[in-house]
Write a protein that binds this ligand. Sequence first.
Ligand code: NAD
Ligand code: NAI
Ligand code: ISE
Length: 336
Amino acid sequence: MTLKLGVIGTGAIGQEHIRRCSKVLQGAQVVAVSDINVDGAKAALTRIGIEAEVFANGHDVVKSPNVDAVLVTSWDPTHEEFTLAAIEAGKPVFCEKPLALSAAGCRRIVDAEIKFGKRLVQVGFMRPYDSGYRALKEVITKGEIGEPLMLHCAHRNPTVPENYTTDMAITNTLIHELDVLRWLTEDDYKSVQVVFPRSTSKTHAKLRDPQVVLFETRKGIRIDVEIFVNCAYGYDIQCEVVGEEGIAKLPEPSAVQMRKEAKLSTAILTDWKDRFIDAYDVELQAFINDVTAGKLTGPSAWDGYAASVAADACLKAQESGAIEPVELPPRPAFYN
Ligand code: NAD
Ligand code: NAI
Ligand code: ISE
């Protein structure tokens, strides 16, 4: 059986996901797309080399009788609306992160899904599918470094567009750590503080960059995450776990070591598309397989909600400078 997909948003990641679903993965076909920039959507299909119906409105993709499942890859503020529409239509939906811009928005999705009575939502948190993060988690769960006590993490982008603002460092960027560190430590956040070092001269008036986010988890683990989205030198994701008996570090992506012109060097990637290329393949193949088998198992609407509850506390902490509590309600049995 071929799963017929409709994709809403044909920008950077929309095009990447259309390409992988059409050319790399098995069991799916992109039959419909939409973008507020209709010409951009048509040009994307030509570039990728596939034919699909082009709609001017994402809701028409959701409603199309030809579409079995939906990928939401449009801008962050549109995710909630399209995900709710897919649930209402009873169609499985893969929604890029963040699931919604606030915990309240994510909660509306959780409530709609529970009311529907079956899981329909997978959130585009791809790091739990990354082989490096999986290897790191295995070391921790096997007890090889003892109980984790501290995590030192960094999320660095070389540059971001002019419309990227201080809050987006949390809702658009840190949201990956907010998900993957819960998964890695099997813990939840208790409180958070955000501190602002001296800003880089490469930023602009509406973006304080870098930022340091400090968490305490319910088990008492201390986590520091540096978010630096104009770091200039590359796309760099770091995660070091300090345990009672040793330290485990996220592996670097493999790269050829060079000796040249009196230098020993290995290249650093510059783009998220390349850094997590395999993880995106695996997460979407899992979505296709799970939808076909009738049971979703990937990052759930509850995971999207849990990350957003922490994100809301981070946004508050950006404003207050104080240590803010993170209050995640108990997980409904529906998500066990
Ligand atoms: P982008 O700006 O390149 O693409 C977004 C596209 O959405 C644009 O083409 C825009 O025209 C379209 N769009 C916006 N509103 C729309 C609407 N209402 N209906 C249809 N199309 C609409 O952005 P991007 O980098 O591709 O990011 C898209 C989403 O993917 C974001 O939510 C982002 O957070 C997420 N993302 C995730 C990862 C990841 O690592 N998981 C990486 C990049 C982006
Ligand atoms: P982008 O700006 O390149 O693409 C977004 C596209 O959405 C644009 O083409 C835009 O025209 C379209 N769009 C916006 N509103 C729309 C609407 N109402 N209907 C239809 N199309 C609409 O952005 P990018 O980088 O592709 O990001 C898109 C989403 O993917 C974001 O939510 C982002 O957070 C997420 N993302 C996730 C990544 C990951 O690692 N999982 C990596 C990059 C982005
Ligand atoms: C982008 O949307 C992503 O999700 C990338 O993984 C992240 O590194 C970047 O900061 C976001 O803008």
